[in-house]
Design a protein around this ligand. Structure first.
Ligand code: AMP
Length: 287
């Protein structure tokens, strides 16, 4: 390996002021800014979003911030994997230009008191078992977008309800950014890549791909015209029989506004969340 083959280190900044300075300099040069917010423990899903951002921007900022406000007290905030050194290394193989990794104190003043509620679209599905979740996500994404002020920001379809919540919030608050989405990246056996897959035991990892397989099977039955209710009930039972407990939801929803569909009509999305051991897995596909 010659010196020129050495992957370049990507600069890391930890303050809003540094981030704004660098982005402002790029903007003065007439460059277009892309942004990919993450909670780190980067995997192929995140890296694919960086590639998508680079197709629409000259510079790509990746944020790494495990956001406390989207975790309830009993959830895995403390256990959530924090792997900044290997994340930084993984990003050297991508077009990322800058890592923004603020400390919680930089993000939230002790007496921060502003909340964001995106009504309707952030109710039901994941909000049923995680009522605090979309408020926390909307707040941190709004803050990150205002801190970075990118031209485009990219989010994964893996978190489909989250994607629609963010699109709605950005529209409603007139935040000047284009929200783009990237398709769900999967392991060879169909399991959607996720930072939380690291929690799965080896036995659970063998069962986990059934989540995606069940979505595919269910979608095929719906397309073939079988009644929605019966198809969903039998799919949920299949997941329970395989050891998913509880199955939080498996639902057919409008792909545009997430209203519940009682008969199949495109554009539709099939969404699922279920727990396997102590790991909560979510997935969704277009029908
Ligand atoms: P997270 O770090 O889990 O908060 O995710 C950061 C971004 O990566 C979000 O926009 C997610 O939707 C996206 N993402 C997570 N997993 C995947 C995946 N398997 N494929 C595509 N995007 C993903």
């Amino acid at each position: 390996m010659t010196l020129n083959d050495t992957p370049r280190d990507i600069p890391i900044v930890r303050t809003i002021a540094e981030l704004r300075q660098i982005v402002a300099d790029w903007r003065r040069e007439g460059l277009k800014i892309g942004f990919v917010p993450t909670m780190g423990a980067l995997h192929q899903g995140h890296l694919s979003l960086v590639q998508t951002a680079a197709k629409h921007a000259d510079k790509v900022v990746v944020s790494i911030f495990v956001n406390p406000t989207q975790f309830a007290p009993h959830e895995d905030f403390d256990a959530y994997p924090r792997t900044e050194a290997s994340d930084a290394k993984a990003l050297t193989g991508t077009p990322a230009s800058l890592i923004y990794a603020p400390k919680p104190r930089e993000m939230y003043a002790d007496n921060h008191s502003t909340q964001i509620t995106v009504e309707g679209i952030s109710e039901g599905l994941c909000a049923t078992t995680r009522p605090h979740f979309f408020g926390g996500v909307a707040l941190v994404v709004a803050k990150l977008l205002l801190q970075c002020l990118p031209d485009v920001a990219v989010f994964g379809e893996k978190d489909y309800q989250q994607l629609l919540v963010i699109k709605r919030m950005v529209r409603d608050l007139n935040i000047p950014v284009d929200i783009l989405s990237g398709p769900t990246q999967r392991d060879a056996d169909g399991l959607a890549t996720s930072s939380r897959n690291a929690y799965l035991t080896s036995d659970e990892r063998k069962v986990a791909p059934l989540l995606h397989a069940t979505l595919q099977d269910t979608a095929a039955r719906l397309r073939a015209g079988e009644p929605v209710e019966g198809v969903l009930v039998s799919a949920i039972q299949k997941l329970k029989d395989a050891g998913f407990d509880p199955v939080d939801y498996l639902e057919l929803r409008s792909a545009e506004d997430l209203t519940r569909l009682h008969s199949f009509q495109a554009p539709a999305r099939l969404l699922v969340a279920a727990r396997l051991g102590k790991t909560r897995l979510i997935d969704n596909i277009e029908v």
